[in-house]
Design a binder for this molecule. Sequence first.
Ligand SMILES: Nc1ncnc2c1ncn2[C@@H]1O[C@H](COP(=O)(O)OP(=O)(O)OP(=O)(O)O)[C@@H](O)[C@H]1O
Ligand SMILES: [Mg+2]
Length: 272
Amino acid sequence: MKTDIIETKNLEISLGSKKILDDITFCVKENEIFGFLGPSGAGKTTTIKILTKQLQQSHGICNVNVAIKDIGILSDNSGVYERLTVYRNICFFAELSKTDLKEVEKVLKQVKLWEDKDKKVKDLSKGMKQRLLLACAVIHSPKLLFLDEPTAALDPATTEEIHKMLFELRKNGTTIFLTTHNMEEADEICDRVAFLNKGKIVEIGKPSELKFKYGKDTVKITFEDHTEIIVNKESESIINCLKDSSKKILSIHSLEPNLAEIFLELTGRELK
Ligand SMILES: Nc1ncnc2c1ncn2[C@@H]1O[C@H](COP(=O)(O)OP(=O)(O)OP(=O)(O)O)[C@@H](O)[C@H]1O
Ligand SMILES: [Mg+2]
């Protein structure tokens, strides 16, 4: 049984006169990539701020069972010094966390910035800067890493590099809490996801379980000539349909919804 690294129970927060988070209950287990998904304004960043003690909840329990020094954060307001080089910036973070400077080379190579280590941050592209921010967030090998939309507005190749790095971190024991609007990303990299809508969690589970739970009762049969038919999942209806056909079958797939479709079904909203 894996330990819970994060436990929240009935979390609530109001900012101004508005309730921003309402009855938020979830846990994050050791060594998982947990995705917090929801449209703009749902309350994702606010949740990260409570978990990292930048905001205090109005009600409920929030336990993060990791020492502050073992936490890494990548968020909108993560900063690096624009006029310093990539190398100086990451060394600064290494020194702050008393990390051996040998790690700097390793991490910069991991985010593919070693060749660019002498460039000033102001001369980096957006994707390069995002990789540097990630490198700074993980230089001390955190046990728990918070990533607030780590790949928003990045190109597919940079996104894939970041995903590979997250898998590597998980392999080495880091637990990751990330927010995203991107349901495909969540499906690809998260062990479990929570759907957040208007400050409330509407569903939590493994992507595969959710797709099964909200799955349709139909399968798609593709024949060797690439014609397709969609029939009910019941074996009787599949057999009946095949009796009438002399063509060979190429594949049979159950028609699963993707996470974006499930979110839409649950909330009536798209994840924009
Ligand atoms: N300091 C604040 N005072 C008042 N309202 C706030 C404050 N911070 C956030 N909010 C409100 O809380 C709600 C949730 O904001 P939050 O930043 O958590 O959303 P988000 O899910 O991270 O959105 P995005 O995907 O756009 O980053 C929004 O309605 C926002 O206007
Ligand atoms: Mg946000």
